[in-house]
Design a protein around this ligand. Structure first.
Ligand SMILES: [Zn+2]
Length: 316
């Protein structure tokens, strides 16, 4: 029996069920929820719970929270949200793209020790352990700072066996460099998921990635720049090519009623207009599109289940 760490303890991977593999329950900046909660919308935890309860009523059983420390990770909020909503939440360790400033000279092994300690002992003095490691690179490619963190994530993977999710920038084919670094570090590529891969419609690149053995996170819905329908066409092409069990579909959506005012991720009103479905957008909008394109109900029924489970179980 394989297990995955959730914020409420280990879970049999067979019980993950319908899983969104890249979301953000609460995102802000490092230390904000615990130090400056005034900056968040009043009652933000209630809004989060409400969003998760709706997701649960629509059949979502597990959510992977891709919020690293620099994105404002707070495991206390995640545990409360999971307890109150009944949704399993898997949290992560690692780092997103926030500049390292005074930490820029820290070497990969030292970073890796911090990540491994969270996996082995728990996060922020709790016994909550991450179920996944995260690294990130964007438009600028893998910067020297990000390479340091990526090598640390790789070394933590080799010590803990946890899988890795990577924020990536497919328009620049940044996954090629990320994979090259992970290969140098000896990470088995079936333990790696290249995220935001539906920000491109370049099937040649996506099939190259899959050919390397990684999983793909098709985890932006509705997303920007590429239309939702174009994203679904890409998904359909990958299903037709036999990769239904290698993709993890998700929204990269923040349950953002928590952010006061007009933030980078938009005001609550704007966001409500953009995606009134929240964590049910895929089930309510994408699945009917797939059905119309001729994908069978059997395949659709397994889409949010098999890919994430295979990924967490490390299926080659
Ligand atoms: Zn994200």
């Amino acid at each position: 029996m394989a297990t995955v760490n959730t914020v409420l303890g280990p879970l049999d991977t067979a019980r993950m069920g319908v899983t969104l593999a890249h979301e953000h329950i609460l995102s802000s900046n490092a230390g904000i929820p615990e130090n400056f909660p005034e900056l968040l919308e009043e009652g933000y935890i209630d809004h989060i719970v409400e969003g998760l309860q709706k997701a649960k009523a629509g059949g979502i059983q597990t959510v992977v929270d891709a919020t690293t420390l620099d994105l404002g990770r707070n495991v206390g909020v995640l545990a409360e949200a999971s307890r109150r909503s009944g949704v399993n939440i898997i949290c992560c360790t690692g780092w997103w793209t926030e500049k390292l400033r005074f930490l820029s000279g820290v070497d990969p092994d030292r970073w890796a020790r911090a990540f491994v300690r969270e996996v082995e002992k728990g996060i922020s003095g709790t016994n909550i352990r991450p179920g996944i490691l995260k690294g990130a690179s964007d438009m600028a490619g893998v910067t020297p700072e990000q390479e340091t963190v990526l090598r640390a994530v790789a070394r933590a993977q080799r010590q803990t066996g946890l899988p890795i999710m990577l924020h990536s920038y497919p328009a620049g084919q940044v996954g090629r460099r990320q994979i090259a670094i992970l290969k140098e570090e000896g990470v088995p590529l079936h333990r790696v998921k290249i995220d935001h891969s539906n920000d491109t419609t370049d099937l040649e690149y996506l099939l190259w990635l899959l050919g390397q053995g990684v999983y793909l996170g098709l985890d932006r819905y509705p997303g920007d720049n590429v239309s939702p329908l174009a994203r679904t066409r890409t998904l359909k092409a990958l299903i037709d090519a036999g990769f239904a069990g290698r993709v993890c579909i998700s929204h990269d959506w923040s349950l953002a009623r928590h952010v006061a005012g007009d933030s980078a991720i938009g005001s609550p009103e704007k966001r409500q207009k953009l995606n009134p479905h929240g964590y049910l957008y895929i089930k309510n909008v994408v699945f009917p599109q797939l059905r119309e394109m001729g994908v069978s109900d059997t395949v659709i029924g397994k889409l949010l289940v098999e890919g994430p489970r295979n990924f967490f179980e490390g299926k080659e």
